[in-house]
Design a protein around this ligand. Structure first.
Ligand SMILES: Cc1cc2nc3c(=O)[nH]c(=O)nc-3n(C[C@H](O)[C@H](O)[C@H](O)COP(=O)(O)OP(=O)(O)OC[C@H]3O[C@@H](n4cnc5c(N)ncnc54)[C@H](O)[C@@H]3O)c2cc1C
Length: 347
């Protein structure tokens, strides 16, 4: 029988970041993930956007989350010898005088000064997109290649014999002094299954509310956009003249497959703004692990304290993930209290 400290179920962004923190603390871990291609982590743009929404409001706790996220991704870049963290300003289209006015009022507010600029540099977008009423620019924003992070971290785990390419089977779990699962003894299991947590018999009582998102990956020759443009949809630079175009939000979906309606919506929005021709290379969809009160799910099961959960990263995993993975680790290893806002005991 092999002994581990933690079994982690799911190695999307949440499982990856939690595994990283536990390994930093010299814990013995075993991770299960069948390698779902359309997990949210592999479809997301990974944008870190400190000011969002129609009212240009700072993201929840962004002042704490942002520096910690940057530090963690840079650390993982070193560890895995990859490039994933790309600081990129976001240009936000302001469609009318009211939006411009609201934006300018925000730029003058003390907590917003570091993040918002009252003038914007469109760069290469100037020549290649339809002009709009005005633009604002968001600073300290970034794009993190979370798919590459998860893949590369998975390869590292695999080399160390810490990753099983299997779906966790709840019928095989036995509760003894320790937890017994397929020949392994573990002190604890932490579930990081993203939107698939609705199939978890221990945690499906939590108010998950998945949101489907569709995305196009397009090629735009010689556009050379470097910033992110938000003009109803996001245009996000990837590599080799390719761009991430997204995304849709759908709370009443039948399945997780891309739809013709989604492709048409994104194609129309892109055609409205882009003057250059583009070629659709891929059309993909995934379910975001969104939750009712938009706060992550951290903690242990009220009746089975050896079963934990780290989930609910919703639409903002890239900024939320690193900080809350560390918080969860301190709770698991040092019994540090969980923040009430993220503790699943709030339900
Ligand atoms: C279209 C779209 C755009 C997005 N854009 C952004 C963005 O720009 N910025 C941002 O911050 N966030 C964005 N997100 C959200 C982001 O993707 C998520 O917050 C984050 O990736 C969630 O990670 P996760 O690990 O919780 O879930 P997932 O990525 O879904 O990973 C869950 C993993 O668990 C595994 N799993 C599930 N069940 C089992 C089981 N029984 N046994 C073993 N393994 C299991 C799956 O195979 C999967 O690999 C976007 C999401 C979508 C869909």
């Amino acid at each position: 029988m092999e002994e581990v400290d933690f079994i982690i179920v799911g190695q999307g962004l949440a499982g990856t970041l939690l595994a990283h923190q536990l390994l930093k603390n010299d814990k013995r871990i075993l991770v299960f993930d069948p390698g779902k291609e359309n997990a949210a982590t592999h479809v997301a743009a990974g944008i870190i956007n400190p000011v969002t929404g129609r009212r240009y409001v700072k993201s929840w706790r962004i002042d704490e989350l942002l520096p910690f996220a940057k530090k963690t991704y840079l650390e993982l870049e070193q560890l895995l010898d990859i490039s994933i963290y790309h600081p990129r300003q976001i240009i936000r289209t302001l469609f009318n005088a009211r939006e411009e006015n609201d934006w300018l009022l925000r730029t003058a507010e003390p907590g917003y000064i570091p993040y918002l600029s009252d003038s914007s540099e469109l760069g290469e977008y100037e020549a290649s997109t339809e002009p709009a009423y005005n633009y604002g620019e968001i600073r300290h924003s970034a794009q993190v290649n979370i798919s590459k992070l998860s893949t590369s971290f998975g390869e590292m785990l695999s080399q160390k014999g810490m990753l099983k390419r299997d779906a966790f089977d709840f019928n095989e779990l036995v509760f003894e002094d320790k937890l017994l699962y397929k020949g392994y003894h573990a002190k604890m299991i932490v579930f990081c299954e993203g939107s698939q947590a609705v199939n978890n018999p221990f945690f499906n009582y939590l108010p998950f509310r998945g949101a489907k998102g569709e995305v196009l990956i397009v090629k735009i020759q010689n556009a050379e956009f470097e910033k992110i443009l938000k003009h109803r949809i996001f245009i996000v630079p990837l590599e080799n003249d390719t761009y991430w175009i997204g995304s849709t939000y759908d709370w009443n979906y039948e399945n997780e497959l891309p739809t013709q309606k989604g492709a048409e919506y994104l194609t129309e929005r892109l055609s409205e703004v882009l003057k250059l021709p583009f070629e659709i290379i891929r059309h993909v969809a995934a379910i975001r692990p969104t939750v009712k009160d938009r706060r992550p799910f951290l903690g242990v099961h009220p009746d089975f304290p050896r079963l934990g959960i780290f989930n609910g990263l919703g639409t903002k995993g890239a900024s939320l993930g690193p900080y809350w993975a560390k918080h969860m680790t301190e709770f698991l290893l040092n019994n540090a209290p969980l923040d009430d806002e993220v503790n699943i005991l709030r339900f």
